[in-house]
Write a protein that binds this ligand. Structure first.
Ligand SMILES: [Zn+2]
Length: 443
């Protein structure tokens, strides 16, 4: 076709080039109701940084944020009041190692997620992710780091759906596709080497490392997840430093999946966090402490061990105890991917406090690992993780005392996220989001 017959074509093409920016503008997070003030009467307000408790407090929330906290704050007339006078009130919880788009099936897959990924397309997994995300939020997890194994960028889609108000779920930070040496965490066979993709993005040479990081950045990752164990060939310290450097250019941190040897390289290179690290010796934990590398131990419970068919609980608790004694920074992260009759992703996730209990970590420190520490690792500690003026109104409550018994967290019966009451068993909740209507009014 000739441009003379279509004089406006260059202009139209120019506008098309702008389309991504236009879409990005529409995709801005849904602004919570800005005018209405909510006053929460908090019987016992827990400071999860210090473990101190303040009684008879009032939290004032407006525009999705906490605007005031104290014993006698001015409550404007007409404010909605929420009575949690007989509750312990604390910041929303974090899970720094979650997989919303992966749910293994014991009867079909023997809980081997390689099989799960072969049988289930991203679209179906995203639907599961919607259910898992809602379950997480209702259990009190208002922020999660979704750390890969989400098909082909299904995690990015779920995060976008939550931000735009299509579905209800925690605030998400996502990794996109996990980057790994050839094979990823799988052992493929020569006739079907492609079966490990797109679950993993292979990068073996240094050029491929840079390209893979940029690919994830382009498709919406907030951080980079790499695999530094699991094959006979593993990334060197220099390889991992290249990941950190390239990701850092775009403000992204690097999380390293590893068990033992690969963990030492990751710690030396100075990644933001080591995931699992079940068999790390004290020498590696010492390097982590020195380089301020967080342990996200995915400290498997007895229940999880049973479901996964091997004892991961004993080494997890042993390593957790050693890491705590040495003083490694620790953030709560779970790695729940199995399902169980009568449980949901939220209840299975909160069960991981039992490993922390067994490792002898006092409740106030467990709470800090589930809030402030995780917020710092995720880089959101200027917005979330603490109940202070200026912070997002991510607030949960339990009838019991989690400082005396961490198991009280299993009884979360109030959840507010960004100022919206998404759960209040003994009171009123905000209207549920109803798909396109909620999404369109939120814009
Ligand atoms: Zn994992």
């Amino acid at each position: 076709m000739s441009l003379r017959r279509f004089p406006l074509l260059p202009l139209a093409l120019g506008l098309l080039a702008l389309l991504p920016q236009v879409l990005a503008a529409q995709a801005a997070p849904a602004p919570p109701d800005t005018g209405r003030v909510t006053a929460i009467r908090a019987g016992r307000l827990i400071d999860t940084e210090t473990g101190k408790v303040a009684s008879g407090q009032m939290i004032l929330v407006r525009g999705g944020k906490i605007v005031d906290v104290g014993p006698d704050v001015d409550v404007p007339p007409g404010a909605r009041t929420i009575d949690l006078a007989d509750h312990a009130v604390l910041p929303g919880l974090f899970d720094a190692h979650a997989h919303m788009l992966l749910t293994t099936k014991r009867e079909r897959d023997n809980n081997n997620y390689y099989i799960t990924t072969l049988l289930e397309p991203t679209a179906y997994r995203a639907v599961q992710g919607v259910g898992n995300a809602l379950a997480m939020l209702r259990a009190g997890f208002t922020t999660i780091r979704d750390i890969g194994n989400a098909g082909l960028y299904g995690d990015v889609a779920l995060k976008q759906g939550i931000e735009e108000g299509w579905v209800e779920g925690p605030t998400m930070l996502v990794s996109g596709v996990i980057i790994a040496p050839f094979g990823g965490q799988f052992h493929v066979q020569p006739e079907k080497p492609e079966l490990a993709e797109p679950e993993y993005l292979f990068a073996d040479s240094r050029d491929e490392i840079v390209a893979a990081v940029r690919r994830n950045a382009h498709f919406g990752a907030d951080f980079i997840k790499i695999v530094t164990d699991d094959q006979r060939y593993i990334y060197s310290v220099d390889d991992i430093k290249l990941f950190i450097e390239e990701a850092g250019r775009m403000g992204m941190k690097v999380a390293a999946h590893c068990w033992d040897i690969g963990a030492h390289n990751a710690a030396l290179a100075g990644v933001a966090s080591i995931e699992h690290g079940l068999y790390m010796p004290d020498s590696t934990l010492q390097v982590m402490k020195k380089n301020n590398v967080y342990l996200v131990g995915t400290d498997f419970t007895e229940l999880a061990s049973r479901e996964m068919g091997r004892d991961l609980f004993t080494p997890a608790v042993d390593r957790l105890r050693r890491a705590y004694r040495i003083g490694v920074p620790i953030a709560f992260g779970t790695d729940v991917v199995f399902s169980l009759q009568g449980e949901d992703r939220g209840t299975l996730t909160i069960d991981f406090v039992s490993s922390f209990e067994r490792a002898g970590i006092p409740p106030n420190d467990i709470l800090k690992m589930m809030t402030g520490n995780a917020a710092r690792l995720l880089g959101v500690d200027k917005e979330r993780g603490f109940l202070r003026a200026g912070m997002a109104a991510d607030i949960i409550a339990v009838p019991g005392d989690p400082l005396a018994d961490i198991d009280a967290l299993r009884e979360v019966d109030f959840v507010m996220k960004n100022g919206r009451v998404v759960r209040h068993d003994a009171g009123e909740e905000d209207e549920p989001l109803l798909g396109s209507r909620a999404a369109s009014t939120a814009r």
